[in-house]
Design a protein around this ligand. Structure first.
Ligand SMILES: [Zn+2]
Length: 474
């Protein structure tokens, strides 16, 4: 049985906003623009996503630290490109007359690197790999959107320092791999795109982004990885003694992972007309047991349900929904809305047969399972849900991309809420003209595979220098 997700494709915004509130993920009615309240299910899932990522970072040798929320205007302004890129969107704290204004972090290069300068003396101190999971703040001027475009951004940022360029390059690949593993666990599919120069991180040599697909056709940048070269190191005076005794300027990378955007991708990519469909690893409740009472046999059914709960609760986050004033049908509806991966139904028949009826949320398929087989079967279904979500999402990602040879074709593809692949001359003027004409932007060229241009720039007709992807974006 396949599930229709008609509502989310027809009117994504209404579907998404409705779900955020009904599934108790977030409440967007806080009276300050761009600031969001995360309710119990949203907060739980953000924490789980954070744990998944931090485990991978730790495994790869990153050390967790916490840096201050603020820096001074003077320190913030040291890297010229960086300040140009961020100055318009930082929040400032006015300390009162005679005191310097403080800048609230929009990201933490300018806060961490003065400290790195104190800590790094010689090659023995390298590589330095540091991360923190904190909120950063950006004064978004565009319309804000819950989880996607907010002014208080829950994220993880990692910052590394290396002896030479090739070590930094290697670090970029390690970061890509860390993010790939976490996103895969969540069943999220995306394209990894090297951003065009005009759109790279302010102060970086180059930037690679993870653009996840979204039902409304606007891609959702969930993570970015930047090779900083020595731009920041020079600006902040980082130096170290090399093995041969000479002095050198180190190379840096940094990478950020947006927890609320990743959560948005989980909801948007997997959800259907019944509500959330959650990957087991972050689901607040993984197994729900619903007794279906039958006159005269209530006690037997509840006792049996408690026994079933004890069988699975040691391994999976399990709830026995034994509310007596709610019908089983209403309970099905409720737990489907919440995206609970596995539901176990128990009526008089199951008690007699010593079995349960198992329903999986992703396909809504139901099957009978004997009590002895139950623990193994639940494990198997959870694994199957995880891989099924990823496969389905990947198929969707692939089906969204089409080649375009003219601007009209690009327009048509974007109108269909899809992504266009074009050839481009790498000139900013052409990128600007394209954006103006079609309403979408050049997101960059594939990082994971090499795509060579064979024809002409879709805008000016001169020989193309790259194959790039065009879409609307959050
Ligand atoms: Zn051109």
């Amino acid at each position: 049985m396949s599930i229709s997700a008609a509502k989310k494709f027809e009117n994504f915004t209404a579907w998404f906003d409705d779900l955020l509130l009904k599934a108790r993920i977030a409440d967007n009615r806080f009276p300050v623009k761009g600031f969001l309240v995360y309710m119990e299910n949203g907060a739980f899932m953000l924490d789980k996503i954070r744990e998944l990522l931090e485990r991978e970072l730790e495994r790869a040798g990153h050390k967790k630290m916490y840096f201050p929320l603020v820096t001074s205007e003077e320190v913030f302004s040291k890297e010229a490109e960086h300040i140009k890129g961020f100055l318009k969107e930082v929040f400032v704290i006015d300390q009162g007359p005679g005191e310097q204004r403080l800048i609230v972090r929009p990201t933490s290069e300018t806060i961490m690197y003065p400290m790195f300068k104190l800590w790094i003396r010689s090659h023995a101190d390298l590589p330095l790999k540091v991360y923190q999971s904190v909120n950063v703040y950006r004064r978004e001027t565009k319309a804000t959107r819950a989880l996607y475009r907010v002014r208080e951004i829950p994220w993880n940022e990692a910052h590394t320092v290396h002896e030479n360029a090739s070590e930094a390059e290697k670090q970029v690949r390690e970061a890509m791999e860390i993010y790939r593993r976490v996103l895969e666990k969540l069943g999220i599919s995306y394209m990894t795109l090297k951003r065009p120069d005009f759109d790279k991180f302010a102060g970086a040599v180059y930037s690679i982004a993870f653009d996840a697909w979204n039902p409304d056709g606007k891609v959702n940048q969930v993570a970015t990885v930047h090779n900083l070269g020595r731009n920041f190191a020079r600006a902040y005076g980082l130096e170290f003694e090399k093995k041969d005794g000479s002095r050198g300027v180190p190379y840096q990378t940094c990478y950020g992972f947006g927890f609320s955007r990743v959560l948005a991708a989980v909801i948007a990519q997997h959800g259907d007309d019944h509500g959330l469909v959650l990957p087991p690893v972050i689901a607040p409740t993984q197994v729900v047991i619903i007794p279906i009472p039958f006159k005269g046999q209530e006690k037997k059914i509840y006792e049996y349900s408690a026994k079933v709960r004890d069988l699975v609760a040691s391994k999976w986050r399990t709830v026995l929904d034994d509310r007596e004033d709610v019908t089983p049908g209403e309970k099905f509806y409720h737990w489907e809305l919440l995206g609970t991966p596995v539901r176990l139904e128990i009526g008089p028949k199951e008690v007699v047969e010593s079995s349960v009826t198992l329903a999986r949320r992703d396909t809504l398929e139901r099957s009978k399972v004997s009590l002895e087989e139950l623990p193994g079967k639940v494990d198997e279904v959870m694994k199957s849900i995880e891989s099924n979500l990823l496969e389905k999402s990947r198929r969707m990602m692939m089906s969204l991309v089409s080649d375009a040879k003219t601007l009209d074709e690009v327009k048509k593809i974007l109108r269909q809420r899809r992504i266009a692949r074009i050839e481009w001359c790498n000139e900013t003027a052409c990128a600007e003209k394209l954006k103006e004409e079609v309403g979408g932007e050049i997101r960059g060229e594939r990082y994971d595979i090499a795509e060579k241009p064979t024809g002409k720039c879709i805008v000016c007709g001169k020989p193309a220098k790259s194959v790039v992807y065009v879409s609307r974006a959050y």
